[in-house]
Design a protein around this ligand. Sequence first.
Ligand code: URA
Ligand code: SF4
Length: 183
Amino acid sequence: MYDNWEQLEAEAKQCRKCKLCQNRNHVVFGTGNKNAKLMFIGEGPGADEDMQGIPFVGKAGKLMNMAFEAVGLKREDVYIANIVKCRPPSNRNPEDDEAQACLNYLRNQVILVKPEIIVLLGSVALKNILGKEYGITASRGKWFEKKGISYMPTWHPAALLRDETKKIDFIKDLKEVMKRMEK
Ligand code: URA
Ligand code: SF4
């Protein structure tokens, strides 16, 4: 357990707990408002994120920014992190041993931020946070409660790049989140 950000981030930045440490340029720890009511969890860094050390700065991130703007959300108001902090080679999904090795950082980020709502971006975030039995197609757009936090699974922004129709769902899910935030 960590009681401060500095300690947690410092440990993550020199982490070698899984094989993803071998090819990384940066540990992509997380970004945004550390007192946010709303948190987003993605999968893992891509090439742009690995180069810059910041989550969701590539193509998928730009699309996410546009969706945020459409619903009146500001990136500075939310906290954004990933299941794994180092880039999986060729953008493959993180493997179970990698996610398991890394999840403790994310758990501590959630403890420190204390969000009311967490948006799970895509299948990898969903399965690692709520459980392997959940599928993104059936779960997206629905609320799940766990340990005092409300979870909303939705499509991963990269999926919107491949399938335009998913943009409508994504915006709808974000609007639902905004509605609950206002309560
Ligand atoms: N995809 C993710 O899941 N996370 C990022 O930070 C960037 C792309
Ligand atoms: Fe450590 Fe996570 Fe990077 Fe693996 S992905 S080396 S567990 S920070």
